[in-house]
Design a protein around this ligand. Structure first.
Ligand code: DGL
Length: 281
């Protein structure tokens, strides 16, 4: 029988985890859809980016973060990071959760995005733009093949896009080159693509430039809204989990880096000022 490791309360906030700032674009949409709940956001900024790290390292870091959020009283944790969802989610769900506490849940951002893609693509040719880690994991291909076997998927790693956002260069003329070349390369691999998933939580900040260089008629799929809707549906289907969520409408931010640095950059993602606390994983 599984031993409950976390002696926390019966109810708690929704934990939202990302390697750094990107998950804030998902949190923003979740809060817009579900403003009544409390949220605890954790960004592992000291060890970001995860996008170029190995499977083992991303899994270990993500596992530590999930455990920390459980210790803080979260019963439900959203991995608001594609790289962590691609490389760590399944193992955490199958191996760690039964040991940690079988009643707690960890959900990712890839499945909710994959669920909608089949309804959006007419040509049945879909592109994925994401970090190297997500593309190399082939998680999007595998998940799409399960739900929509008639769809042909082409992945494009965009290793410069996260640094452009992290360094506040996402609106600079220099960013044009990196955005344009990756889109051109993806479309040259499969000109029939009619829908492109932005499979990285940082990319919504580059949306203006992505729209500028994407061929006309190609749909750009941003995942924040779909993840939020999927969470809403999940809570309707799982009242036993919904009852375990506190509902004061609050939000707390934790980071593994300096709090001041997090506050400054996070304000860009959230579109509002905020306070953060530094923690150690
Ligand atoms: N948040 C990550 C993702 O969605 C990107 C940033 C990183 O590489 O850590 O894949």
């Amino acid at each position: 029988m599984a031993v409950q490791l976390f002696q926390t309360g019966e109810v708690g906030p929704i934990g939202v985890f990302d390697s750094g700032y990107g998950g804030l674009t998902v949190l923003r949409e979740i809060r817009r859809t579900l403003p009544q709940y409390d949220y605890l956001y954790l960004g592992d900024n000291a060890r970001a980016p995860y996008g170029t790290r190995s499977f083992e390292v991303v899994y270990e870091f993500t596992r530590q973060a999930v455990r920390y959020l459980f210790e803080q009283g979260c019963h439900l944790v959203i991995l608001a990071c594609n790289t962590a969802s691609a490389k760590a989610l399944r193992t955490i769900q199958q191996v760690d959760l039964p040991k940690f506490d079988p009643k707690r849940r960890v959900l990712g951002v890839i499945r909710p995005t994959v669920e909608v893609v089949g309804e959006l693509s007419q040509s049945r040719h879909v592109g994925i733009m994401a970090t190297e880690g997500t593309i190399r994991s082939c998680t999007y291909e595998l998940e799409i093949a399960k739900l929509w076997p008639d769809i042909q998927v082409t992945g494009e790693a965009c290793p410069m896009w996260v640094p452009l956002v992290e360094n506040n260069e996402y609106e600079s003329p220099g960013a044009d080159y990196f955005v344009r070349t990756r889109i051109e390369h993806l479309m040259s691999l499969d000109p029939l693509i009619d829908s492109v998933i932005l499979g990285c939580t940082h990319y919504p900040l580059l949306l203006g430039k992505i729209r500028q260089f994407m061929p006309e008629g190609v749909k750009i799929i941003e995942q924040g809204g779909y993840v939020a809707q999927s969470l809403k549906d999940y809570l309707l289907r799982h009242p036993e989990m919904e009852k375990r969520l506190t509902k004061e409408g609050t939000i707390r931010f934790l980071t593994t880096e300096r709090a001041e640095q997090f506050q400054q950059k996070a304000a860009i993602f959230m579109g509002e000022g905020l306070d953060a606390e530094r923690i150690t994983l």
